[in-house]
Ligand binder design. Structure first.
Ligand SMILES: Nc1ccn([C@@H]2O[C@H](COP(=O)(O)OP(=O)(O)OP(=O)(O)O)[C@@H](O)[C@H]2O)c(=O)n1
Ligand SMILES: C[C@](O)(CO)[C@H](O)COP(=O)(O)O
Length: 230
């Protein structure tokens, strides 16, 4: 592999939906099976030796990341957090270019700090698929249930063959992703994942099968079932 592959982990969120009380630590620092969620997410990325470095983007006033990441190899923690997830990722990409010489054609895996269960096989499936692709792609799960559209009442039933639920990591070339996030920001559009920004530029990211184990901790009760998942 001639181009470098690095990972960026946005970890600057406050975890509002997962907090039980005012003053709770953000969800990425809460323990799951005895380890901070962020540490588990970073370890999952480090499991693939092709990942040269994991750059964790935290809020400028963060006071938990250093402990959560202590002793892990190939990890850099940077105060790049922004107002929205996309701002954190864009800041971290700029920082990686300036600070670590990340080049336009290098590959970047963006992975949520709040996804501690990424299986090694799913990660290597994504990397294998994207390395030979012009654009890149993302892990996602095909819809398993019948899919309804509507708010309080069903407006229609959608063809589930075309519905995928986006996960992370999402893997793109650094230059293309930077341009896509900059364009979304300039147009005032808030994107919730990297693929959305790429789509707005006319690209069609590859859908690579993810894993139910790679679920995101979003709500407080997610900690209960993930803790007990054998
Ligand atoms: N300004 C932000 C917002 C989110 N994230 C990160 O993006 C990931 C996925 O976001 P989400 O689950 O929405 O986390 P939060 O924004 O923290 O959750 P909430 O919306 O409930 O506050 C998390 O690892 C979170 O730390 C980030 O780095 N910077
Ligand atoms: C990027 C993401 O994990 C894809 O599913 C997700 O969109 C991020 O979380 P949010 O709840 O949309 O903020």
């Amino acid at each position: 592999m001639t181009e470098k592959l690095i990972a960026i982990v946005p970890a600057a969120g406050i975890g509002k939906r997962a907090s039980r009380h005012d003053g709770d630590v953000p969800k990425q620092y809460r323990p799951l099976r005895g380890e901070p969620v962020l540490r588990l997410a970073v370890q999952a990325l480090l499991a693939d030796p092709r990942v040269a470095e994991v750059r964790v983007a935290v809020a400028p006033a963060d006071c938990w990341a250093a402990d959560a990441l202590a002793g892990l190899p190939r990890v850099v923690c940077r105060p790049c957090g922004g107002a929205e997830r996309a701002d954190t990722v864009a800041n971290a990409l700029d920082d990686a270019c300036e600070q670590a010489g990340l080049a336009e054609r290098d590959w970047v895996l963006v992975h949520d700090a709040a996804r501690p269960g990424l299986p090694a096989l799913a990660l290597s499936r994504l990397i294998d698929a994207c390395l030979t692709d012009a654009v890149g792609g993302l892990l996602a799960l095909p819809a398993a249930d019948t899919v309804k559209q509507g708010r309080d009442r069903v407006a229609c039933t959608l063809p589930r063959e075309e519905i995928w639920l986006a996960q992370t990591p999402q893997m793109f070339r650094a230059g293309l992703l930077r341009a896509a996030l900059a364009q979304a920001r300039a147009q005032g559009r808030v994107v919730t994942d990297e693929a959305s920004a790429m789509e707005m530029m006319g690209h069609a990211p590859m859908l690579v099968r993810g894993s139910p184990r790679n679920a995101k901790l979003t709500w407080s009760e997610d900690f209960d079932w993930m803790e007990n998942w054998g």
